[in-house]
Design a binder for this molecule. Structure first.
Ligand code: TXA
Ligand code: MG
Length: 315
């Protein structure tokens, strides 16, 4: 399974889906689309496969992975369910939300997936392609975002190929991802805690729970290792809250303005989220420093600004 030489590009037709499921069942690595970003999938139950995921990404082994399943029932076989999980799953699954819950006895998931923790992150994605694939394999699929560790997440098959060509068996190409930002992660092993901002705004989660989420404080250190400060990093320097570009900078805009690439000329944070990583990939390819217009915190703006702060962090 290691030392692949050529990454097959599969398309979403009967043959492509069949081939992707077949490779996954054999323990190979297949990048597949979800509504958030492309995932680098492999059987969550096999140590050698999960080790190969970490190796393909160059990911530090302490950073645990999300198990993707096709239904709530499949999730309930892996984790200890509770009332809050029920509330959030019925409101947001399938969808861009990941729940962290205590592992259940007999779960069968490799301890490399949880990096030795006693909790597991689980998610039922909403993309019809992802669900068809998960249904067909019918086993939990561990899938981090399909990018080399620390780099920009992929929202198109081309991004996956640019980062992982030759390191994975195949990529299932389903065009651009609809949401474009990773899932929101909520810890439910104790009091509900926001572990990562993402595709479902925190306010919507609080409404569904009927209580406030605990927001991690900087001094708590790393709660989800995706909180590592430098992350999602383009090769170039990134400058935030820039009212206009300076010198040689390329300019990423938001709202009606002159710029090189606009996240959303209409000023819509949902549209901006869907375009964010593709825009960063494009601007990064220019080799010039990147200036980014201010983005409001409302709606998906909070998650966008979270990713941009990490992209701009010193490394
Ligand atoms: O939208 C997404 O979530 C995408 C798609 C492919 O589903 N996946 C994704 O995976 O973003 P990844 O590996 O890039 O980010 C998973 C995050 C990491 O920050 C990891 O630390 C956190 O989930 N995580 C996983 N298991 C955890 C656990 N048991 N407790 C706390 N955090 C956990
Ligand atoms: Mg990632």
């Amino acid at each position: 399974m290691m030392n692949q030489t050529k990454t097959a590009r599969l398309y979403v037709d009967t043959e492509g889906l069949h081939q992707a499921a077949h490779l996954l069942r054999k323990g190979e690595l297949v990048a597949f689309p979800t509504e958030t970003v492309y995932g680098l999938g492999g059987l969550a139950t096999r140590n050698d496969t999960v080790a190969a995921i970490y190796a393909a990404k160059g990911r530090p082994a302490f950073n645990p992975l999300i198990a993707h399943v096709h239904s709530v029932e499949a999730a309930q076989k892996l984790v200890e369910w509770n009332d809050n999980a029920e509330k959030l799953a019925s409101a947001f699954w399938p969808g861009p939300l990941t729940l962290v819950l205590p592992l259940k006895a007999g779960h069968g998931v490799s301890s490399l997936v949880t990096a030795g923790l006693e909790t597991l992150a689980v998610r039922v994605p909403d993309s019809p392609t992802a669900r068809a694939l998960l249904k067909s394999v019918d086993q939990p699929i561990a899938a981090p975002s399909a990018n080399p560790s620390g780099r920009i997440s992929p929202t198109r098959a081309e991004h996956v190929i640019a980062g992982l060509e030759g390191r994975i068996a195949a990529v299932l190409d389903d065009g651009p991802c609809a949401v474009g930002l990773e899932s929101t992660i909520v810890g439910l092993a104790g009091k509900p805690t926001l572990l990562r901002a993402g595709g479902v705004p925190a306010e919507a989660i609080q409404r569904a729970l009927g209580e406030d989420l605990i927001l991690p404080q900087a001094e708590d250190g790393i709660t989800a290792p995706g909180q590592l400060t430098s992350h999602y990093a383009p090769g170039a320097q990134v400058r935030l809250n820039a009212p206009h570009p300076l010198g040689d900078e390329v300019y990423l805009g938001f709202g009606p303005m002159e710029c090189d690439v606009n996240l959303s000329a209409a000023g819509d944070t949902q549209e901006a989220a869907a375009n964010l990583f593709d825009a960063l990939h494009q601007l990064d390819a220019t080799g010039r420093p990147i200036a980014i217009a201010p983005i409001p915190q409302s709606g998906l703006g909070a998650a966008i600004n979270d990713r941009l702060q990490r992209a701009a962090a010193p490394r």
